[in-house]
Design a protein around this ligand. Sequence first.
Ligand code: RUQ
Ligand code: CUA
Length: 769
Amino acid sequence: MNAIGKRALSLAVGMGIGLMASSSAWSQSTLEEVMKERGLTQKDILAAAKTYTPTGGRDEYIAVSSGGQSGQLIIYGIPSMRLLKYVGVFTPEPWQGYGFDDESKAVLAQGRINGKDITFGDTHHPAFSETKGDYDGRYVFINDKANPRVAVVDLHDFETKQIVVNPLFKSEHGGAFVTPNTEYIMEATQYAAPYGDDFVPLEEFNDKYRGGLTYWSFNNKKGRIEPENSFTLELGPYSQDLSDAGKGPSYGWGFTNSFCTERYVGGIEKGRPPYEAGCSQKDTDFLHVTNWKKAEELVKAGKVKKLKGMYLIPMEQAIAEGLLYLIPEPKSPHGVDVTPDGTKIIVAGKLDTHVSVFSFDKIMKAIKGKKFEGTDPYGVPILDMKATLHTQVQLGLGPLHTQMDSKPCVAYTSLYVDSMVAKWDYCEGKVLDKISIHYNIGHLMTMEGDTVSPDGKYLVALNKLAIDRFNPVGPLHPQNHQLIDISGDKMQLLYDMPLPLGEPHYVAAIKADKLKPAIRYKSGWNSRTDSRHKWRSRAGREKTERTCDAAGKCTVHVKGTLIRSHITPETIEVFEGDTVSIHLTNLERAQDETHGFAMYGQNVNLSVEPGKTVSATFVADKQGVYPYYCTEFCSALHLEMQGYLLVKPKGYKAEATTMKEGEAYTQADYDKQVKTNLETQAVIDSVVGYITSHNFKDFPPVVALVEDATDQLGFAGEAKKKSEDFAAKKDWQNATLWAGQWWQYQVKTADMGLRAKTYLEEHGAKKVK
Ligand code: RUQ
Ligand code: CUA
């Protein structure tokens, strides 16, 4: 047997032994001994028991966290706080091939601004799609504060499908927040700027700079934002902040905070007082109340004009139509959160110790009764604050964001300056409990806590500083997400999780059983456009085509496939100067059999999940030899999953030579290989015997493994036939190599079979017959 074969056999044998060994290695120490040794208290043990998820276990909730400046999403489980995935959104992410394959490059290109690639995002607020105000598990939206963009991530495969750029804004913060049936995704500006792209001096700030609030129209059938049906409400040049959509009685309305309604423009270098002084002078700022339902009617009636491709409702029109009102709120507010029943709107001011609870009913009465205390400089009516307030509650220093409990009237608010979470009753207006966190909490999040039916149970505190909580790793610290049990009267801190990526502003958590992600794509699938890929291929249909145009520019299209453990084609030959487009389809149907594809010197790096087709296009501008290989350790012969791109100099003519093998094989080699194969077949037969004598059909993962193993065994049969044909002709070279290939497929079959057998053993399969 050759060296490759030997290595593979020892791998397979190692695998087999590993799978068959029973794990009886329980440590002998008792719980008391471990507690003593590690200095753990009863409380620690209780907290551990509430979060610990045994091997193979699943979490009850899936959290989708903003990845902050990483421009990604971070997915983790609750209560285990185990990280599951990063999802590339605004930033290239090599593991997923995001920003490397042609298909995802096209998604990132949607996010260009003035023709420039923007390869980061300051992601802030993920929002799940909703049906009747409840998470429906279909999509997640995420905004980019630095560049006014919103992305759509499909939860069917956790991939980014679309990025839209706001044509009017130069920054935003108040996104993404969805209306109760995901009719719209709200996105509000942060820093006022001219809607146009030309220079406007700061002296003209009050007249020419503007804030705004965009309602992005979402097509629930197509799963895409439709910019052509979206509209923006022009707002004063205040720093609009977060938003939330009304629900229940307040359905059809939206609420958006603002600060710096002083319209102060800094200039510290010219001796002017800085922004922070000028922007916090007044005692109150404005809560914007907008009627999106009525605005939508105006748009549909053709009464709204477009600017830069987006419907824009100017302030005069909004005022005349009753679409926009302001309510004074304590200065420098931050979070605005609508209660699950939609009757109240909770606003927290960073510089005020109170949280203000507004009554939607009172707001409507004030609007109907025209109880205005005046207008702002642009003529927008200001409602009387007292007339719209339900109550104000003193919670502590720096209240920011609020989320709801499953218990009626119970809410949790983060206290940034105090580094605490306050549990309180917004109906009665009283504090119920407080807990310290570490340190300086920003957002907090309860399970499905911003829906019409929050689940309570857990709360995650998203802390801005970690300081001394973890092993030091240099001046840049990880973030600290703290898990808190809120099922009882008193909050209990359970766990600190370091998050090593960006400053995650906000997280949303969904009941795990609402998600039904795919295991594989339909064969030959373009995942970014959700359609069959033009360049998909099937086994035996692979081909390489070179076409040249009249000017002599040539393009080589490679339609290839990937399956354990080979890349087809194994050699690609092109000429210097050719444009090369490699399209690869993963033919696997097995769960988790992703193949990667990386190539020397061309910045080519792909991830090809089962069923997917992806492309890499580049110019082969320099003659040479460029090895490529699979980057996922997919099988015992993964390292042999390889090939060469040969870039020939222009005009190169091959000399008439034949390939010389490294080794020549004899009949003895052939016989030895066949003997090994027959022994391997005996192992396979015994595993098959075990599986079929048990109720394996009751276990879907095993059924899938058996299907895959059957496929592999079919391939083995084809290779066996080829080897026997060559042996009949006494071509021992080819006979031996095909016998080796036959064995490769057997090894894969055995791998699947052993995995299936282990699964059955671990899941208590019963013997049948
Ligand atoms: S914000 S810490 Cu960007 Cu959501 Cu409040
Ligand atoms: Cu495919 Cu490694």
